[in-house]
Ligand binder design. Structure first.
Ligand SMILES: [Zn+2]
Ligand SMILES: [Zn+2]
Length: 354
């Protein structure tokens, strides 16, 4: 069985300096960041860590030299040859090796935490008159978006200063923690994985690097939009991160109700007052449509509430061409006051129909 000294490639009487030097060299060589996916290197790295952990600690080293083992057997009392990794400062140490964008490991770590991400979609409303919803419009849509801070250009650092390499992780953005034989990488708590920290935050954005800014977009609104129609403007949402695409802006139309028309799909329902004689005998009435009044024939014997269709005079269809219809609803008018002549005629009618 090879000794921990063999693992580090040093003599049994090696000085702490030699041990540290050997460890640095081997750790760099076998570090998982430098050997992605290489299980053998990972195993070797763990052995190197273990050897260094024992040999760099005078008490553990003495126990190891004496008993030739680190598993506690024959140890003078419980915990006497405790080989739990105490790698509290190994993270810093490795950070010194791999951090600061120097080695391949540093670059690897940076690439991992700067994944491209699509920006968020932003939804906003635009108010339209009923007429504009039918004939189309151009609307100015103000949107509040998160943009790079104008003061610091997005760095979050006070102008004239720059973010510095995180002293906690030396720029790696991760902290190596070891539990037993498993080496875990945790996001660095100090810099939250950024690898840099801001010592003097920008006074405008308080270090966030971003600010809310009002942008105004001009949105073309197609004829025929309804209340609640969503118009998607590609790439006008929040900015993407690390080269990711922008989100979209979604404009929801809010259409004021019309005093004349009630929208039903692409059809427009309009109430048409019809006198009792016209409803009974038939006749013609004027019906409003968005493009002007039309004359509508009321069939004889029309009942109150009857719907009469005027083709192609409704709202423009958003999907494809053509228009919906105007639906004229017959509203039979009962006179509230009648003159002498009307009274005579109605009394005559009443005698006939009962
Ligand atoms: Zn850090
Ligand atoms: Zn700023």
């Amino acid at each position: 069985m090879s000794s921990l000294y063999d693992t580090l490639g040093v003599k049994k009487g090696a000085s702490q300096d030699e041990i540290k030097k050997a460890y640095r060299k081997l750790a760099r060589q076998h570090h998982p960041d430098a050997n992605p996916g290489d299980k053998a290197a990972e195993e070797r790295f763990k052995q190197v860590q273990h050897a260094y952990d024992v040999l760099s600690d005078d008490d553990k080293r003495k126990a190891y030299d004496r008993f030739g083992t680190t598993n506690g057997r024959g140890a003078p009392g419980p915990g006497g040859v405790d080989v739990d990794f105490d790698l509290g400062d190994l993270g810093d140490f490795l950070g010194g090796i791999f951090g600061g964008g120097g080695g391949a490991g540093g670059r690897g770590a940076r690439a991992r935490r700067t994944q491209a991400a699509r920006g968020a979609d932003v939804e906003t409303e635009v108010r339209l008159s009923f007429e504009d919803s039918l004939r189309g419009a151009e609307a100015k849509v103000p949107v509040e978006l998160t943009v790079a801070c104008s003061e610091c250009g997005g760095t979050g650092a006070q102008p004239g200063t720059a973010p510095v390499i995180c002293p906690e992780c030396n720029g790696r953005g991760v902290r190596a923690e070891s539990q037993g034989l498993f080496a875990l990488s945790q996001p660095c708590p100090r810099c939250r994985g950024n690898g840099t920290v801001i010592e003097q935050p920008c006074p405008k954005c308080k270090g966030s690097g971003s600010e809310r800014r009002l942008r105004t977009y001009t949105v073309k609104i197609k004829p025929g939009v309804k209340d609640g129609t969503k118009i998607r403007l590609k790439g006008k949402g929040e900015a993407g991160a690390h080269g990711g695409p922008n989100g979209d802006l979604i404009v929801v139309t809010r259409v004021e109700p019309s005093p004349t028309y009630e929208r039903r799909g692409d059809d427009l329902v309009v109430q048409v007052p019809v006198s009792f004689p016209t409803a009974a005998l038939g006749g013609k009435v004027e019906v409003p449509t968005p493009e002007g009044a039309v004359s509508l024939k009321i069939p004889a014997g029309s009942e109150d509430g009857k719907l009469l269709r005027i083709k192609g005079r409704g709202a423009p269809k958003l999907s494809g061409s053509g228009k919906g219809d105007v639906l004229a609803r017959v509203r039979i008018q009962v006179p509230k006051r009648v003159n002498k002549k009307e009274r005579e005629l109605l009394e005559e009618l009443q005698k006939v129909v009962g």
